[in-house]
Design a protein around this ligand. Structure first.
Ligand SMILES: [Mg+2]
Length: 374
């Protein structure tokens, strides 16, 4: 019988062309069995110090995994949670739990010959519409409009643009210029393409400004506004929602099912953001899907790191009718296009959950080593 033999955390550091070439970091977890089967997980730990701390916690908990049957992933992850409550359940403890959980599901699937979506009960959605998840870099709005129109021509159902990000675009800072940008985008891509905006953390909008801007975007058919305010500003979100019918997306900064339950009960959200590399892996994300389904809301996978998170997020999104779309980064990048044998891409604007065992991705060890944090 296959038993867990080795648990190895590996942080990687890589340039992200979709983020204007910025260096980003994350922590992978590689779990190997006695018969050489390998499962991969990931935590979106982002900052070097968080990556190092996540590595230490994963290594420290390896004794809870070694010698265990990979088919017991649910029992093992409960043991991991039971030990880390002392310094968790959020933060570094959640990153470590997330990476371990995803690797255990991958391993379980490979040992049993089942894909993740099969283990989740099957694909409720056989294919999901894909949008391009972008940042704007260019000082020229005309260039940015052309760039985004091209994504729609290539088959994407639309795009979500991060505002206030790196580069020279400076979108999200000037009301009239931003509304004009929205107008130009809509005129260029036609009435059907999805256009969404996601406020970056550098932008400080108050409730009145966020409401006014969302109302102006709404005139041009904004699909949703993401993180328009800080997540704790419940009063601000209520003000915005009382004036707009645009869907409001938030939640990607939550760590636990309990936090998601409170967010949903607050009544401020339509589209709940979630990343398995942060919320306790596939196990944590699945708990959120249960809450979203009960509440008749929507969820959206954050999925802006490696193909490991994309694979997990895609199976989870396909396992429910409550996900609206799936995000792909449109520019080739190391952690999507180099890391795995068959990178994710859409077919005529749609994507399906992988059907190979486990996560369904073949991670290249050589690429992991190439980007390994020194
Ligand atoms: Mg976001």
């Amino acid at each position: 019988m296959s038993k867990i033999a080795k648990v190895e955390p590996i942080s990687v550091s890589y340039p992200e062309p979709n983020d204007n070439g910025a260096i980003r970091n994350l922590t992978l977890c590689r779990i190997e069995t006695t018969d050489g089967i390998v499962g991969w997980g990931e935590a979106i730990s982002m900052w070097p110090e968080a990556c190092r701390a996540t590595e230490i916690v994963i290594s420290g908990m390896s004794d809870l995994l070694i010698g265990r049957d990979p088919l017991d992933n649910g029992v093992i992850i409960r043991d991991v949670a039971a030990r880390s409550w002392w310094y968790g359940p959020e933060g570094i403890a959640a990153f470590a739990r997330s990476a371990i959980d995803i690797a255990l599901w991958d391993l379980r699937g490979k040992v049993s010959g089942q894909s993740l979506v099969t283990m989740l009960g099957g694909a409720v959605q056989s294919k999901i519409p894909v949008i391009a998840s972008t940042h704007a870099f260019s000082a020229s709005l005309e260039d940015e409009v052309k760039k985004h129109a091209k994504y729609v021509e290539q088959g994407f159902h639309g795009f979500k643009i991060g505002l206030g990000k790196k580069g020279d675009a400076r979108i999200g800072y000037e009301f009239d210029r931003d509304v004009n940008f929205m107008k130009m985008l809509r005129e260029s891509v036609g009435p059907k393409a999805d256009i969404m905006f996601d406020r970056g953390q550098h932008l400080r909008w108050d409730a009145s400004y966020a409401t006014r801007l969302t109302m102006a975007f709404e005139e041009y058919g904004l699909r949703w506004i993401e993180e328009p305010l800080e997540p704790w500003d419940l009063q601000g979100f209520r003000q915005l929602r009382s004036h707009c019918t645009t869907l409001v997306a938030t939640g990607e900064r939550c760590w636990t099912t309990d936090q998601y339950r409170r967010l949903i009960e607050s009544g401020i959200v339509d589209v709940v953001g979630c990343d398995p590399g942060r919320v306790g892996g596939i196990t944590g994300f699945r708990e959120l899907i249960g809450l979203v389904e009960q509440s008749q809301l929507w969820f959206n996978a954050h999925a802006w790191s490696s193909a490991i998170i994309t694979a997990a997020s895609l199976a989870l999104s396909a396992s429910s009718s409550r996900s609206l779309l799936f995000e792909l980064k449109p520019i080739d990048n190391p952690m999507q296009n180099e890391l795995v044998e068959e990178p994710f891409w859409h077919v005529d604007g749609y994507i399906s959950a992988p059907n190979r065992p486990g996560l369904g991705v073949e991670v290249k060890d050589s690429v992991v080593q190439k980007y390994r944090m020194p």
